[in-house]
Design a protein around this ligand. Structure first.
Ligand SMILES: *Cc1c(COP(=O)(O)O)cnc(C)c1O
Length: 413
């Protein structure tokens, strides 16, 4: 059906029906294709059909599919040392912790395997701090204020922290101690503060919620409010961190310093790696409070170092900002041309507002384009989200914009 690519691996094309996909537990509807190879902004499926990939593992592959620096780090570290156990120090985790603290306002790092796990660590650290820094009545503080439409991951506590519609009931009962304010509405936060409140936690740009940035003013007001009440400010930068928004971390856009930050997704460039960072005076875990079998694993942290060094190379973050500005400008043109509702975002985390619920239709048509497909994400039916690799080229941006324009022509107004 499609021009058959010679796979780099030399493998023959496979019919979808030859795979027994039903041994995998059902968790979501997936299209009947199996991805076999990836290279930069491109994915190749079992038929040899190529796709321009604007998902990149959900803003994970910050350097695209299978970049050389990750391959090299995996090979050289796995030859040297794979797992001494988290009970001992290892070199790559020490190196990556230094890179992250040298380039942020934080002093201490705990490495985890996923964004949700890093957030669990943030809840635990905040509650521990609230046990030491009690309220006037001498009671532990443990309540964390989060936001409507926020997304913090899929463990029970992370789901309880999330403000995603319906998530309060799916696996009820929830973990208590999370209340929900309205993003960019400082009065809504102030109203929820009680003498048990220990922290406010937010994504600087709500990713899954539909690429909704917290304004600079709101971030600054939150910092002032939390300082005034001796409450911690936690930023979940699992999606926004590691260069995605044009600065290494998105909190830097508003010139504030949070107390705790979590990282995931881009930090590993595609491998399972996440991190919990805190200021020295907040890093109050005692022996036995926190841990995990694979945490700080040298193979994953070696990859993290290779990724971080690439992002920190002179000019790299500047180029993310420039490409973000270019994408923004071109999405506005596209919106005008097709009568859509504009765009929003920071850096290379952007959304096109469609004005009507055609997102899922666009995603399907774009994927099925021939001879090459386009992979897009529609986190809400009236929105498309763009999460290219941070080293995407201008040509790859133009190619996506022209393919998307064709899809919009097909759908009509
Ligand atoms: C993806 C995401 C998470 C969860 O990360 P996992 O690695 O899937 O557990 C948490 N917070 C934000 C903001 C995210 O985008």
């Amino acid at each position: 059906m499609y021009p058959i690519t010679i796979f780099r691996s030399g493998a023959p094309a496979m019919e979808f029906s030859q795979y027994d996909v039903n041994k995998l537990m059902y968790i979501t509807n997936r299209p009947p294709i199996v991805f076999v190879e990836g290279d930069g902004m491109w994915l190749t499926d079992n038929n040899g059909k190529r796709y321009l990939d604007y998902l990149q593992g959900w803003a994970v592959n910050c350097l695209g599919h299978s970049p050389q620096c990750i391959h090299d780090a995996l090979v050289s570290q796995s030859k040297k040392l794979i797992n001494p156990s988290p009970a001992f120090y290892n070199e790559p985790s020490i190196e990556l912790a230094k890179l992250l603290t040298d380039n942020s306002c934080f002093d201490r790092v705990f490495f985890a395997n996923s964004g949700a796990e890093a957030n669990e660590g943030a809840f635990k650290l905040a509650r521990k701090w609230g046990k030491i820094n009690k309220n006037a009545a001498g009671e532990n503080r443990y309540e964390i204020i989060t936001f409507d439409h926020s997304f913090h991951g899929r463990t029970i506590a992370a789901m309880s922290a999330s403000g995603k519609a319906g998530w309060d009931t799916i696996f009820a009962p929830q973990v208590p101690g999370f209340s929900k304010a309205i993003l960019n509405d400082i009065a809504s936060v102030e109203k929820l503060i009680t003498d048990k409140t220990v922290a406010v936690m937010l994504e600087p740009v709500q990713g899954e919620g539909g690429v909704i940035p917290a304004t600079r003013e709101f971030m600054q007001a939150l910092r002032a409010l939390t300082k005034k009440h001796n409450i911690l400010l936690i930023v979940d930068e699992v999606q926004t961190g590691m260069g995605r928004c044009g600065t290494l971390f998105a909190y830097q856009l508003s010139g504030i310093e949070p107390d705790i930050m979590t990282l995931g997704k881009g930090i590993g460039g595609g491998v399972p790696l996440a991190a919990l960072l805190a200021k020295e005076e907040i890093a109050v875990f005692e022996a036995g409070d926190q841990g995990g079998t694979y945490n700080g694993n040298p193979v994953m942290t070696a990859v993290g170092s290779a990724v971080a060094k690439t992002l920190l190379a002179p000019g790299f973050l500047q180029s993310v900002q420039e490409k973000g500005d270019y994408l923004s400008k071109e999405l506005i043109k596209l919106s005008d041309k097709h009568g859509l509702a504009g765009e929003r975002g920071e850096g290379l985390l952007r959304a096109l507002k469609l004005g009507r619920d055609i997102g899922p239709q666009i995603v399907e048509i774009a994927r099925d384009l021939a001879p090459v497909g386009l992979l897009l994400n529609s986190p809400r039916p009236d929105l498309l989200r763009f999460m290219p690799s941070l080293n995407v080229t201008k040509e790859e941006l133009d190619q996506m914009l022209s393919m998307l324009s064709n899809v919009l022509d097909k759908i009509g107004r």
